[in-house]
Design a protein around this ligand. Structure first.
Ligand code: GLU
Length: 293
């Protein structure tokens, strides 16, 4: 291994232990491994388990087993997000001190009903790049007294970023550097497409966007290699980096491994699960071939 310097590239593979790894994860993990090796870089493993209701230690063990079988090594310690809620809370407090966060009280069902009522009249409700409806503006305009009253009565709420105010805080347009399989070069970020993103839920004190951004910075990640399904989310990550004064990595969003039906693989995809393929007698070299490497 080459000597580590402050310019040593740092990569990370960041799976969520809410299911078994499949060929799509293998592609991501192998690309991270190969790119780190080719550049004399380091590779971290991050277990993204903020959703304590869906993540299990059995799935986490399976991640270690599958990666080791593939011949992928990572540097200790593994960063387990469930052990770092204080770091996400600190970032949240910073955004709150800037006045960019508000409590959001509408339940999923209420949002759904609102959107359905709106669309029943023939009007389109704006949706984010993943197809989910943007959060209605009502809560953003509540008075302090109203918010306090709702909280005092124990109404469950999430914390959301006031996108409009957040965008007003930053000077000029945001870009990221992209080297992946989609559009490359300097990509213009457009966080407004996501509306008032959720940063903390009543049942999970952080969100994917917040914890991934904070962790990439705290781990000094210089190269984010992940699937093209997260390409659009990078706009939110760039915004959070800018607001929190965090360094920005170079992004490489790779093609997805598709199932026989042409759709993205899901965690319940038995036939493409790494453990199933291993049990069927395949070798790591076969996994590379099946993942298209
Ligand atoms: N935890 C995410 C997933 O399993 C990946 C996050 C990322 O690479 O930014 O899809």
């Amino acid at each position: 291994m080459s000597a580590l310097t402050s310019d040593t590239p740092i990569f990370r593979f960041a799976p969520s232990p809410n299911g078994l790894l499949h060929l799509g994860h293998a592609l991501s993990a192998l690309l991270n491994h190969d790119m780190a090796k080719a550049s004399g870089g380091r590779l971290f493993l991050r277990i993204e388990n903020i959703d304590l209701s869906r993540c299990t230690s059995d799935f986490e063990e399976a991640i270690y087993r599958d990666l080791s079988w593939l011949g992928i090594g990572w540097e200790a310690p593994v960063r387990r997000q469930s052990e770092h809620f204080d770091a996400y809370a600190a970032a949240l407090a910073e955004l709150d001190a800037m006045g960019l966060i508000y409590p959001a009280f509408m339940t999923r069902g209420e949002v759904k009903a609102r959107v359905a009522a709106h669309e029943a009249d023939g009007a389109a409700w704006p949706r984010d790049p993943d197809g989910s409806p943007l959060y209605p503006p009502d809560d953003r305009h509540r008075s302090l007294a109203e918010r306090e009253e709702l909280m005092a009565t124990g109404t469950r709420h999430a914390l959301r970023l006031d996108m409009q105010k957040a965008l007003e805080r930053i000077s000029g347009p945001l870009f990221w550097t992209e080297t992946g399989d989609g559009d490359r070069g300097e990509i213009a970020a457009d966080p407004a497409l996501w509306g008032d993103v959720i940063l903390s839920r009543s049942d999970a004190p952080s969100s994917y966007h917040l914890s991934v951004t904070v962790d990439d910075a705290l781990q000094g990640v210089t190269n984010v290699v992940r699937g093209l399904d997260l390409y659009a989310a990078t706009s939110v990550h760039r915004l959070l980096q800018e607001l929190l004064g965090l360094q920005q990595p170079v992004y490489h969003h790779h093609r997805l491994v598709l199932g026989p039906d042409g759709r993205k693989l899901s965690k319940s995809e038995g036939s493409t699960g790494l453990a199933t393929l291993r049990d069927n007698g395949l070798w790591p070299v076969d996994i590379r071939r099946l993942a298209g490497l």
